[in-house]
Design a protein around this ligand. Sequence first.
Ligand code: AMP
Ligand code: TRP
Length: 342
Amino acid sequence: MSEANFQPRVFSGIQPSGNLTLGNYLGALRRFVDMQNDENPALYCIVDLHAITVWQEPDALAMATRELTAAYVACGIDPERSILFNQSQVPAHSQLAWIFNCVARIGWINRMTQFKDKAGKNRENASLGLYAYPALMAADILVYHATHVPVGEDQKQHVELTRDIAAKFNHDFGLDFFPMPEPVIEGAATRVMSLRDGTKKMSKSDPSDMSRINMTDDADAIAQKIRKARTDPEALPSELKGLDDRPEARNLVNIYAALAGTQPQDVLTEYGGQQFSTFKPALADLAVEHLSPIAGRMSELMADPAEIDRILAQGADRAAEIAEPIIDRTYEITGMILKRKS
Ligand code: AMP
Ligand code: TRP
């Protein structure tokens, strides 16, 4: 039985847990800007409840939440056109997450690679929240009946689990209540790799700062990191297949293409036969040209934390307006008795 006619709606989230990297920018933030929509505003969330699945110093967490808000705005998210807010201000996320804890099966959660990576060897000591993380993420998306989820490649498995949860809920209660959201993984840089090891993801948690470009790095730091990025001694090839087995070279070409808004083949057409000593400075210039204005805008915004808090509060009110009827209906479907609304 169908109860809903699902409008296309975009939702995505980023954790406020430290430095944002070029991977976050190319794999997520920049693509969020292009997916803003006037008819059905996109929701962009700072997932502070997800961040505390591993220990966060409270002051640092609040600071990271404001910084990430500034980064969204500096990249071009318009807080009037889109709904920009932090997760903890909208209780419906946590409410739906509990229901989904009771829908998701332990066997499904045991297959999640992010938990295995983050818990590492010391699994017994990981928080229960880290384990249940995917059910909260499913709630983030489905509490808005969102249909499209722009993310980097590493999040695909979580969006697939969200679909499994939606399908099981719909099946168990015999309703077509939740949509099947789709991951939107597009562009030349859905997986930006470490500058020190082309087989590892660029990550804010890598112990080596030289492995990543932070969105707040200054021009000198960016140029130095790209100059020192690991490469091989060969010149760049003219064809894509020449990048097979050259993960570091491929990564730099992909980054260039994503920044320039072209395809990797276009980059090779221009730079094929050239040495890294020519290509790296060109890439550094391009990265600085994109990131420097964003870093500048971020620090301007950070100078007025009250304005940032106002943006978040306004976003949370708009988000709650969409989420509340959906959580109420979910409670009703599952048999919870609700207080009558006056
Ligand atoms: P996180 O920083 O892990 O909360 O990730 C926030 C968003 O950035 C998610 O959509 C990720 O898929 C994306 N992301 C993080 N690191 C990378 C990377 N190295 N390459 C591409 N996308 C990334
Ligand atoms: N799990 C995502 C990450 O680590 C962050 C996230 C939480 C998210 N909830 C989401 C992404 C909902 C997309 C949609 O990057």
